[in-house]
Write a new protein. Structure first.
Length: 407
């Protein structure tokens, strides 16, 4: 058993590490090329077919970058393809999704107070959401609507918000955020694998055949690349959201996703405008800050209305809470997972290394207990899988608000 846990934990660490490394590489190259494309300037004397150039300095050296309208007149001997960063980000992220969420849907994907699903239903819906979400997005881009970038962006935003709303009415809050992030990640990597790279291959094939490539191929790839650029910051937020229950475990979680997308787009718009020498639209930071403040305010409303109603105190008195009562609740409802040797099926080690077996451990993690089980209903997972009572949540909340005493 010890070796199984050891291998499992380090395998998970390796996949997660690979995912972060690949994502950093992909995001870095994506941001760089968007910056390069927007900063290109025309000047007299450029080679035929060159749309513009940019001079850059880095690491003590100067670089002269040039971009062709479609492609150079002949195929260069060495050509670097930027694709493996995207593929490895998706493959490693998909592996984590399978290992954590689809392998343990009762803990991380299902909330029976939201929708009473059995594991195979939750996993099937998760898979279908990724596949169908991409198909609809792809068709919208290929429709006549795709000829107008602004109109397409507006429709895509409404489409994604609708999906976010739907997911929060199917999965647990934690599961909905991760599934929605996985959907955006799938759309982004599919843009690379099914649109950008294939069209670049057609351009290369035309060059090798001595033909002039179709300019429309580059435009389609550029549009999808721009989509990826604007979706990057929201997907990063969603991927780290599972560490912050106030983001996913409250009743307006779908609206929080909608605001996160606006915030991410606003921030990217500032830098894109700056790179394109179109000024510094500082108002975008006001928009982003307002969205962030609004998100924090919405999270304060707590869990869904139905769950909030269930959590109303059974009695009205605000008596001094005894630590012995708190310890009994935590040990009976939380320590089956948060222990040196968890007894809950599918949990090899205590989540995030949080132990809740001794009085000192419970006192040490008082704030997290309050955030996870009172302000939000992120814990217990699975829509209250250990059946903690509303009165118990009330006691935990009062204990923390009274100073989390150990008396």
């Amino acid at each position: 058993m010890t070796w199984q846990i050891l291998v499992g934990e380090w395998s998970d660490f390796a996949i997660r590490w690979l995912h972060v490394i690949a994502a950093v590489a992909w995001i870095g190259s994506s941001f760089y090329f968007i910056h390069l494309d927007l900063s290109l300037q025309k000047r007299a004397g450029l080679p035929e077919g060159v749309a513009g150039e940019a001079w850059q300095v880095h690491g003590g050296g100067f670089y002269n970058m040039q971009k062709y309208v479609v492609a150079p007149s002949h195929m260069p001997e060495d050509l670097t393809w930027f694709k493996w960063e995207a593929y490895m980000t998706f493959l490693s992220g998909f592996a984590l999704l399978c290992v954590h969420y689809w392998a343990n849907p009762e803990l991380y994907l299902i909330d029976k107070t939201v929708l009473d699903l059995v594991p195979w239903q939750a996993v099937t819906l998760g898979v279908l959401t990724l596949a169908l979400g991409w198909v609809v997005y792809d068709q919208l881009c290929k429709s006549p609507l795709g000829k107008n970038d602004v109109a397409l962006f507006g429709v895509l935003y409404v489409y994604l918000v609708f999906i976010a709303w739907g997911m929060t009415h199917v999965f647990s809050g934690r599961g909905a955020f991760i599934e929605f992030g996985a959907l955006i990640g799938t759309m982004m990597v599919a843009n690379v694998a099914m649109i950008i790279i294939p069209k670049q291959r057609i351009v290369v094939k035309s060059l090798l055949a001595g033909e002039e490539p179709d300019p429309a191929l580059g435009k389609a790839g550029k549009q999808r690349s721009l989509h990826n650029n604007y979706l990057t910051l929201p997907v990063v937020f969603l991927m780290i959201s599972n560490h912050y229950p106030l983001s996913f475990g409250t009743q307006y979680n779908w609206l929080i996703i909608a605001l996160v997308m606006i915030m991410g787009v606003a921030i990217r718009h500032f830098f894109n405008s700056q790179h394109a020498h179109k000024g510094n639209p500082w108002w975008t930071w006001l928009v982003a800050a307002a969205c962030f403040v609004l998100i924090a305010w919405l999270s304060g409303f707590g869990p869904s209305a139905a769950k909030a109603a269930e959590s109303k105190p059974v009695t009205a008195q605000a008596q001094k809470i005894k630590f012995a009562d708190v310890q009994e609740i935590v040990v009976s409802r939380c320590s089956m997972c948060h222990a040196q040797e968890p007894v809950w099926s599918g949990v090899g080690v205590a989540p995030k290394g949080v132990m809740l077996e001794t009085p000192d451990e419970i006192h040490l993690h008082a704030k997290q207990i309050y955030l996870q089980a009172v302000m939000s209903h992120a814990m217990p997972p699975g829509g209250n899988i250990t059946e903690i009572a509303p009165e118990d949540r009330r006691i935990l909340g009062l204990w923390f608000e009274q100073g989390a005493s150990m008396n």
